[in-house]
Design a protein around this ligand. Structure first.
Ligand code: ADP
Ligand code: MG
Length: 709
């Protein structure tokens, strides 16, 4: 057994769990060990029932006096136990856990953790964590308990995989590989930080808060360090790649193109287009990132660039993260470029999916399916006469563009939209396949400058820091539960006036999982009852591409009034007629993310609204949401996010816009600067890192992220 052992092969995991763990993106033992808790419950206060104060989280050791299931009139099952630690009896209560009476019996010695409350004058703990202690040594300096009496790790979960399960497995497996862990950090760089093995031990099962913090520091440093190293090494390598033939820039034609646009380019758009033009005239391939707020108009800049490429008799590949976006871009680019005799084609995974679903037999061949398949086929035919994007000069697609089947000769430019949604390897692969042409990536994720220097050390940056004139500020309101019905009335009224609405269902887990989809479906059913006369549709990331496409198209062509969706799928969607976006459980999202979601509306001339539903308006989380009512600057909001959420208890996934960090947050600027310094020093001494095979191996890992099919 080692880090690379597939989870499926580990005894005690088995097929069912291995499948479930895949939903958390965990495939190997290493993945599992790098599945870090996102918080700890502090049950380290071991005390006695007599001394415990109401409202305090405590751990007690004692004996079960009685335990029984009680069936209430509403057919609920409550398990009640009387527990005595020798100072005062206390009541333990669990809901819907009737099996507990099989696991816990009168006379058992237990350690229990939970919050002390008082009910009908009796001390009690509701839903306590528990574990048996009869077998535990009395001097437990090694803290052998897992679920009680310590800082208890709480993990990102998925349906059928609880934190309790994860805790148990990690505690069992980690010690077996601890000896094999070799620290890739050279000693002088590691300095005072925890060695890797201890950091991994302490992040899961910290002895105390200080150790937990040290573990986070060390592992956070690693994340930033390796990314910094990877980007700087990439920059070094970039300077060595073959030269390209400089483009001829036909300013007259470009100006004509700009003049014919249905709007005037903003100053910022012009500036960025100018920067691209300058790059095109060089003999080094461009490697540029456009960062621009949602709705700032990045697509048209890329279209102008594609036009210049076409004037130099070369093709452009345009990769988008989802089929929805790919089709949207396909249509936009067709409108912009076809008048100049440029054929635009589309290449997504659907063809494959189509033939696959046909091969599946009758089961799936419902009438809707074939209607949907036709929609895609139509688009494909109109794009390129039925051929998969062969003769087109601008080819839009999803990661299907990475397919070996796509001819990639004469590519002059690769554009990657919403680049943060792709892995490093996918971008590199596309670039290689297209034989290193000019490379333009785009993102709407606001990135503070210091962060950008580390994460995008290999790229030149262009910023569109201006929205088109006349763009409406989206009126934003935090809506408490008691105003929900009023807001539904408002929505119905707006729809009656011809407007359309997005409803975003809450984010249950850091990424879209079955649980999230399930919640979305439940919400959808509820909403259908709320708006029985309106046409609603549901969109989520786990649907088939063709279905997604039909649903988005229906929404864009106003066939649907309300589009209910998860937060994941519709990044970048553009429907100017949608004027309201409702976000359920808004407190679960970061401010910057909410700002991006808000950018789905306010794209036309009509007044637009963002309604942030939250259950508890008085909580800190809801107060945080208030910033959105007055702040419309994505970067400011991102910085606020980091200040508020970047420290303390919540240290969930920080999205860098490029790499996913489990621990490191951008708020830790000092750490960022330190890592950048360290990597620069290291590379200047040893540009190929020959002296550091472990570091090199680690970089390979970063470069070989799993590719979606
Ligand atoms: P994003 O930068 O978020 O990708 P898009 O490229 O989708 O933004 O543009 C958003 C909308 O703004 C599109 O409908 C586009 O046609 C429009 N748009 C782009 N540039 C301008 C401009 N200079 N003036 C007015 N509208 C513009
Ligand atoms: Mg966009």
């Amino acid at each position: 057994m080692n880090f690379n052992t597939p989870l499926l092969q580990l005894s005690g995991i088995g097929y069912t769990y291995a499948k479930r763990l895949e939903r958390l993106n965990l495939f190997t033992l290493e993945d599992l060990i790098y599945h870090f808790p996102f918080r700890y419950d502090d049950f380290s206060n071991t005390t006695s029932a007599l001394q415990a104060k109401i409202g305090e989280s405590v751990t007690l050791q004692g004996e079960i006096w009685t335990i029984q299931n009680i069936y209430t009139r509403s057919r609920k099952i409550i398990t009640k136990a009387v527990f005595n630690d020798g100072t005062s009896p206390i009541e333990l209560t669990w809901f819907n856990s009737s099996w507990l009476t099989k696991q816990i019996q009168t006379g058992d010695r237990l350690q229990v953790s939970g919050k002390i409350s008082k009910y009908k004058n009796k001390l009690s703990i509701i839903a306590p964590r528990w574990e048996k202690i009869s077998n535990l040594p009395t001097t437990n300096y090694q803290l052998p308990t897992l679920h009680t009496g310590r800082l208890v790790p709480v993990y990102p979960e998925t349906y059928g995989v609880s934190s309790k399960w994860l805790r148990t497995k990690i505690a069992q497996l980690l010690p077996q590989v601890l000896d094999e862990i070799r620290d890739p950090l050279p000693n002088p760089i590691r300095g005072e930080m925890l060695p890797l093995a201890s950091a991994l031990q302490q992040i899961h099962f910290p002895e105390n808060w200080e150790q937990a913090e040290k573990a986070r520091n060390r592992l956070g440093f690693d994340e930033l360090f390796f990314v910094s190293l990877a980007t700087q090494k990439a920059r070094l390598e970039w300077s060595k790649i073959p030269l390209v033939k400089p483009f001829k820039i036909n300013s007259n034609k470009l100006n004509q193109f700009i003049k014919k646009l249905p709007f005037k380019l903003t100053r910022a758009q012009q500036k960025v287009l100018q920067e691209i033009t300058v790059d095109f005239k060089k003999d080094q391939p461009m490697n540029r990132l456009i960062q621009g707020e949602v709705g700032s108009g990045k697509t048209v800049v890329a279209a102008a660039a594609a036009y210049l490429v076409h004037l130099n008799n070369l093709k452009t590949l345009f990769m988008a993260p989802t089929e929805i976006l790919a089709f949207q871009h396909f249509e936009t680019l067709k409108n912009l470029l076809e008048p100049y005799g440029i054929t635009v084609g589309i290449y997504t995974g659907s063809k494959k999916q189509l033939s696959r679903s046909a091969g599946d037999g009758q089961k799936r061949a419902s009438p809707t399916r074939s209607r949907r398949s036709e929609a895609i086929e139509d688009a494909r035919r109109s794009a390129n006469g039925g051929e998969p994007a062969g003769p087109a000069q601008v080819i839009v697609g999803t990661h299907a563009l990475l397919s070996r089947k796509l001819p990639t000769d004469n590519i002059g430019l690769v554009v990657i939209d919403e680049q943060q949604r792709f892995g490093v390897q996918q971008r590199t692969l596309l670039r290689k396949r297209a034989k290193i042409p000019h490379f333009l990536t785009m993102t709407a994720t606001p990135i503070p400058r210091t962060v950008a220097l580390t994460l995008y050390g290999d790229l030149d940056m262009s910023i569109i820091d201006e929205l088109p004139v006349g763009r409406q500020q989206v009126k934003t309101y935090v809506v408490p539960e008691k105003k929900r019905l009023d807001s539904y009335k408002f929505i119905a009224k707006k729809v009656a006036e011809g407007d359309q609405v997005y409803i975003i269902t809450p984010l249950i887990e850091p990424s879209e999982t079955l649980t999230t989809v399930k919640t979305a479906k439940v919400e959808f059913e509820k909403l259908q009852k709320v708006f029985p006369h309106l046409k609603l549709d549901l969109l989520h990331g786990r649907m088939k591409g063709a279905d997604k496409d039909t649903i988005t198209k229906d929404f864009r062509s106003c066939k649907t009034d309300i589009l209910v969706s998860t937060s994941v799928v519709e990044v970048g969607m553009d429907n100017p007629n949608a004027t309201i976006i409702v976000i359920e459980g808004a407190e679960r999202f970061g401010l910057a993310q909410l700002h991006q979601l808000r950018g789905r509306v306010g794209r036309g001339t009509k007044e637009s609204y963002c309604l942030l539903y939250t259950s508890d308006v008085s909580s800190n989380d809801a107060r945080r949401l208030k910033y959105l009512e007055t702040t419309f600057d994505g970067l400011k909001l991102a910085n606020l996010d980091l200040k508020i959420r970047g420290s303390g208890e919540i240290f969930g996934t920080a999205q860098s816009g490029r790499f996913e960090f489990k621990i490191a947050t951008f708020s830790n600027i000092t750490l960022l600067e330190k890592t950048r310094q360290e990597t620069q020093d290291l590379l200047s001494k040893d540009p190929t890192l020959d002296k550091y095979p472990l570091l090199n191996a680690k970089l390979q890992d970063i470069a070989s992220e799993v590719m979606p099919d």
